[in-house]
Design a protein around this ligand. Sequence first.
Ligand SMILES: C[S@@+](CC[C@H](N)C(=O)[O-])C[C@H]1O[C@@H](n2cnc3c(N)ncnc32)[C@H](O)[C@@H]1O
Length: 253
Amino acid sequence: MQHSLTKALAAQTAGLILIYALSRNGILPGMPLVWLACLQGALAAIVSMLLRAPRWWGLIHLIFMPAIVLASLLQLPLTIYAGGFCLLLLTYWTSFRTQVPLFLSNRITVHRLAAWLPDNTPQNVLDIGSGTGSFALRLARLRPDWSVTGIESAPAPFALSRWLGRRTPNLQLLRANFWGCSLSSYDVVYAFLSPAPMPALWAKAVREMRPGSLLISNSFAIENARTAEVLRIDDRRATHLFVYRVPESRKVK
Ligand SMILES: C[S@@+](CC[C@H](N)C(=O)[O-])C[C@H]1O[C@@H](n2cnc3c(N)ncnc32)[C@H](O)[C@@H]1O
């Protein structure tokens, strides 16, 4: 990620330097500021492509400087920007480092998983990175006989989930970094994260979870780990749930 941020910074700086050089040499006479910003965005997007940054950065570069220029024309009070910044910070918290943004499990996925898990024994389920509780809260309500825990590090989604789940006695929500929490007491660990943490998460599960317990990853398969099953969900995004069973041997496969 740091690599991506460095490339983004390099692309923006290169765009600015190119615009400055073109203007100094009289190649862009009298061009309005908004057009200069659009040109800077296009140049930054090209540099980003040349640096082989992920493709979606191109779109961010295209709109970044024009958005700043247009917003400055609106002359909004500074408090709006400060408020927006604080809201984003409290919602996304350390996403720039964890590479896990906030997006939510849908209702169909939770129902399908609740129906698929063994019905005859109470389950102890953990949602790592529980966000606003869209998975943990729904599951706890669907299965009041199960114990459901959610761990979330970002303050705003955590606070919202605590409020929404305040009348759900079989739901525990912790504000913590899940890397520092033991997975040993859970029958099922559910993760909807991103491709980046999955290999380390699988290693942690194999180290800490009981053999036979399950790690279930929404959408992101774990490279070099054998799936016990793949559940295909009949929702609009055709969600895949990758089910991994913790092996007897403690070696990561
Ligand atoms: C994609 S959301 C999934 C939310 C929820 N599990 C669901 O399925 O609806 C991932 C969440 O994980 C949180 N997260 C990422 N890394 C974390 C960590 N190390 N400890 C705790 N939470 C983390 C993020 O803040 C984000 O809210």
